[in-house]
Design a protein around this ligand. Structure first.
Ligand SMILES: *Cc1c(COP(=O)(O)O)cnc(C)c1O
Length: 386
C-alpha cells in the first residue's frame, strides 16, 4: 500500500482539478498532525474527557453459552453520541482547527454523521453546515432537529435522488468554492485520498483498545473480528490493529430484503467491475438499484476502497445479512444481554452468531458500533410486543 492512498489499485484521488490543491494541503496537514505530540495529546484528552474513552469490551455470557463460543463486544455504543462517529469527527475537527479553518461542512444520510459533526462544531466553536438529501431530511426529522439544536445549519439537497450521494456532491461543490476557509469532514472511510486512510487512523482507536482489552479479559486474541460495513469506517477501525495477527476479519453488509443482496457491493453474487465513484476507485452497486436496508446508516451505494482490497487479498470476508436476520439478532441481543443495539451492528451480531453456530471460530469479537435508541420507531413498526 503506497502512501498515496492506493489499496491494491483501489482508492486513489480521482477528483476535478480544483480539488487537487486543497486535498494535497489536507494531506500535508494530516501527516504533520500525526507527527505532532501536541495534536495527539489534545485528541486523546478530548476522547477521554469529552467522548468517554476508553469504551469497554464485555463478554456476552448468555450468547456465549447459547452458541457454545466466546463472544465479546466492543462497547462503542457507549461513546458520546451513541456511536463510533465521534472518533472521526473529533480527529478531523482538530485538524480543521489546526489549519485555521473557519467552517466545517459535512454530508449526512441518516443524520448520525451530521449530528457528530455538529457536536464537534459546537465543541470547537466552528460554524457547521450539513448537506442532507431532501428525502432524508423528511424521514430523519429527529436528527435534523438535533443538528439544529447543536447550532448547525442543515441544507436540504433537492437534486437527483435527493439522498446521500447527492449530499456528497453538494458538499464537494461547496469545498471547491470555499476550500480556503472550509474543511469538508467526510463521514466514512471513503472518498478521495487522504480520507480513507485518515478516517481509518481516527477510527483505529477502536481496535487498539479492544486488542489490549480482550487480551486482559480472555487471556488471548480473538479468532475473528466482525463488524458491519456501510462505508466501512467502524469495520476498518476495528480490523486495523489486528492486521498482522492470526485473526480472521468479517464484514456484514446490508442485504436488505432482496435475495441477491443488491445493496451489498462486496457480497452480492454478480459483482460489477470497480468504478471511479466520488473521488475513489472502488466497488459500487448499480446506479439503478435502490439501496434499501432496514438500517439507514448502512445505505451507501459504494464501499471504502480498503475493504475492496482486503476482499481481493483474501484477508477479509464480506457477507450480506438480510433485514430479517438483522432484526432477529437485534431482538435476541436485547433480550439476552440487556443492551439495545443499533440496527447497523445488529447485522454484525447476526453474522457473528452464524459463524459461532457453524463452529467456524471459537472466540469472536464484534464491534457494537452504536446504540439502538434512534431505531425505536422502526423496531416498534416491526414487532408487536403488546
Ligand atoms: C454511520 C454508522 C454506520 C455505517 O458507517 P461505517 O462507516 O460503515 O462504520 C454503522 N453503524 C452505525 C451505528 C452508524 O452510525
Amino acid at each position: 500500500m503506497s502512501s498515496e492512498g492506493e489499496f491494491e489499485g483501489y482508492g486513489g484521488r480521482h477528483v476535478p482539478e480544483p480539488l487537487e490543491e486543497p486535498l494535497a494541503e489536507l494531506t500535508a496537514g494530516f501527516e504533520a498532525a500525526m507527527d505532532s505530540a501536541e495534536f495527539h495529546e489534545r485528541l486523546e484528552s478530548l476522547q477521554k474527557h469529552y467522548g468517554g474513552r476508553p469504551t469497554p469490551v464485555f463478554r456476552a455470557e448468555t450468547l456465549s453459552e447459547r452458541y457454545d463460543a466466546n463472544i465479546y463486544f466492543k462497547h462503542e455504543d457507549l461513546l458520546h453520541g451513541g456511536a463510533h462517529k465521534l472518533n472521526n469527527t473529533l480527529g478531523q475537527g482538530l485538524l480543521a482547527e489546526r489549519a485555521g479553518k473557519e467552517r466545517l461542512i459535512a454530508e449526512t444520510g441518516a443524520g448520525q454523521h451530521g449530528t457528530a459533526t455538529a457536536m464537534v462544531g459546537a465543541l470547537l466553536d466552528i460554524p457547521t453546515k450539513v448537506y442532507m438529501g431532501r428525502k432524508d431530511v423528511e424521514r430523519q426529522e429527529m436528527n435534523v432537529f438535533r443538528m439544529r439544536l447543536l447550532g448547525a445549519e442543515v441544507e436540504e439537497v433537492t437534486r437527483g435522488n435527493e439522498g446521500l450521494a447527492e449530499a456528497v456532491d453538494a458538499a464537494m461543490e461547496d469545498l471547491i468554492e470555499n476550500y480556503e476557509d472550509t474543511h469538508y469532514l467526510v463521514g466514512s472511510a471513503v472518498g478521495p485520498d487522504p480520507f480513507p486512510r485518515m478516517v481509518r487512523e481516527f477510527q483505529s482507536v477502536i481496535g487498539r483498545e479492544a486488542r489490549e482489552q480482550i487480551r486482559k479479559l480472555h487471556g488471548d486474541l480473538p479468532d475473528a473480528c466482525v463488524a458491519c460495513v456501510g462505508g466501512g469506517s467502524n469495520a476498518i477501525g476495528l480490523f486495523h490493529a489486528f492486521k498482522d495477527d492470526d485473526v480472521a476479519f468479517y464484514g456484514a453488509e446490508p442485504g436488505g430484503k432482496s435475495e441477491d443482496h443488491h445493496s451489498a457491493p462486496l457480497s452480492r453474487t454478480e459483482q460489477d467491475e470497480p468504478q471511479v465513484f466520488q473521488g475513489m476507485k472502488t466497488k459500487v452497486i448499480d446506479e439503478d438499484t435502490e439501496n434499501h436496508s432496514v438500517s439507514a446508516g448502512l445505505d451507501y451505494p459504494a464501499v471504502g476502497p480498503e475493504h475492496a482490497a482486503l476482499q481481493e487479498l483474501g484477508r477479509a470476508e464480506y457477507h450480506a445479512v438480510s433485514d430479517e436476520e438483522a432484526l432477529a439478532a437485534f431482538r435476541e441481543f436485547s433480550e439476552t444481554e440487556g443492551i439495545i443495539p443499533a440496527l447497523e451492528p445488529s447485522h454484525a451480531i447476526a453474522l457473528a452468531l452464524k459463524l459461532a453456530e457453524e463452529d467456524r471460530h471459537d472466540t469472536i469479537l464484534v464491534n457494537l458500533c452504536g446504540r439502538g435508541d434512534k431505531d425505536m420507531q422502526t423496531a416498534a413498526e416491526k414487532f408487536d410486543l403488546s
